[in-house]
Every structure is written in structure tokens, then in C-alpha cells.
Design a protein around this ligand. Sequence first.
Ligand code: ASP
Length: 351
Amino acid sequence: MGRSMPVNKRVYVIYTGGTIGMVKTVNGYAPKKNYLVDKIKTIVDFYHDEVPEFYIHEYEHLIDSANIKPEDWIDIATDIVKNYNDYDGFVILHGTDTLAYTASALSFILGGLSKPVICTGSQIPISELRSDASDNILHSLILAANEHISEVCLFFHKKLLRGNRAVKVNSEGMDAFSSPNYPALGEVGIDVKLDKARLQPKMAFNVQRKLEELQNFQRSKVAILSIFPGFDPEILSQVLKSNLKGLVLKTYGAGNIMDNPKIIEILTKASTEGVIIVNCSQCLTGSVKAGVYEAGTALIKAGVLSGFDMTDEAALTKLFYLLSSERDSLEKVKGLLVENLYGELTEKQEG
Ligand code: ASP
């Protein structure tokens, strides 16, 4: 794709909060009503011929994304559903702290897409000198008008990443996001270049039915737990006692844990009782191949599922999403969890 884009496109922008629109207060940076929208009106680049027409829906309560909740994902998804037919693409302005969770969650909640949904934020507020906000917003708008994209993406610092593959890797640098297990979908230089072979195919928009089901959050009590040298099995036991429905177990390397019969006993009991336990690696790059080592094989026998190369954010939000369905049997949920639904995992890597 070259620099000149067709501009007869309309993009719907959802502004949820985050550093991007914050201003300095006596207590530190905080979002300020109308600030970002008014500021954008003063930047001529946003009204250039090659930028699509856009409408910004500023949410009533702008939040630091540390406060995002699954209910907010449903609200964002509902907003997109309502406006899906009237716009060519969507941009979500959001804090960077939980941007990868939101992008992952939306990839599952929205399901099949035939239009782009681009999530972005910034490291420096638009109110400050050297801000990356307007560059990230401008490119997100241009990408949201690109008809080759039909998935949830995260755009940040010149890179377009698959939303459910992205992780925040840097709290200081401008290059805050990466997708360690999947190449970037595109890059912005002199030209805006897309790796078209890697993009998700267009799918029929099929979210409506699931939004209603997803209101049922209590079924989706999920957690992430990391093992470490000296891990006390009692910790696992206590976590599982909290009526958990799903657990992302963060293991070593290719999906290994220590040789501890007590841990295996606890996991076996929980999975037999219907808790879905997913094995994800503490490594950022590579996949779980739980059968490679004896210690990992014990996890398979205990009923722990392979999370392959899913990020924590993807595994957690996929669990949340799948467990929200009242109709799906446990076996169906388990089957979908290890299947590649929207580009979140690379299948067939089990050893
Ligand atoms: N704490 C901020 C947030 O996530 C950080 C940011 O936006 O970069 O809302």
C-alpha cells in the first residue's frame, strides 16, 4: 500500500482514556474531559485529504486503563456493533497498560470481522512536547480505512501488530509493544506497508448473539499463576479453592514444572472437577511443547491443556470469552481453547 489512500472512508473512534489524552494535575497525569478532542481539532494533519473522515466518541468516564474491567470490553464491543454498518473502520484510544488485554479480548468478543479495528495509545500525552499521540492516532486512522485489514490490531510506534499477539514490553521507550510470537502485520516508514499474506481473512461479522451471553461474568472467574523455584503447592491449592473456572498456569520454558507429585495431584483434582487449566510459558518467544520433558508430560496427564504460543493476555481473555457461553459444554470449551480461532496461536507445535 502506498502513501495515497482512498479518502472516501469514515472511521469511528472510541476514546476510553489513557495517557494519550491526559494532562498534568497536582496528583500526577489524569484524563481531562474534551481535552483530546479539542486538541485534535487544532492539528491540521488530521484534516488532510489522505486522512479518512472520523468521528470521536469520548466515553463519559475516561479512565486510566489500569481500571479496565471485562464489562468495559463488552461496552466497547457493543459500541462497535451498533456502528459497524455505518463506518469503514474503528480506532480505540486506550491506555497502554492494559491495551494488549483489551485488543485480545475484542478479537474474541467481536469474532469474525470484515473491517479493521485498530487499538492505540501513547507513551507521552498529546498535551506534552514530543508526544507520540498524534502520530499513533493519525496512522491508526489511516490503517482503519484500509480495506485489506479485517481483524483487531494494535498500532504503536510505526508497527501494526495482531491485537491478540501483542504484549507491552517497555514502560519507558516509545517502542512499547511487540508481538514476540508473530511478525508485525505492517510497518510505517515512507510508505505504509502491510504484510498482506499474514492478515486474517475477511469473515462475516457474527458477534451479536455472543454479546448477550457474555453478560454472564460470574461463570468466567479466571486467574494467572506463575510457578517459581520453591513454589509451595499450597498456593495453587488456595487459588483453586476460590471457585475458579479457568487458570493460566505460567510454566518454565517449553511448558515444564518441577517434579512435585503434590502439584500434579492438585491439578488433576481441579481439572477432573471441571476447572480449565492452560499451560503457557514464562518465555515471551516460543511455544509450549509439554510432552518434551517428563515433568511436562505429567501436566498433560493431569488434564492441563497446552496454551501453545499464546500470550498471557490472549490466554486469559480467551478463557474469559469461552467460559462466558452458557451453551457450550466443558469439552467444547476445551476444544476451542486449543484451537486457533482468530490468529492467537500457532497450532500443531506439541512435541
Ligand atoms: N497508566 C496509563 C494507562 O494505561 C499508561 C498509558 O496509557 O500509557 O492508562
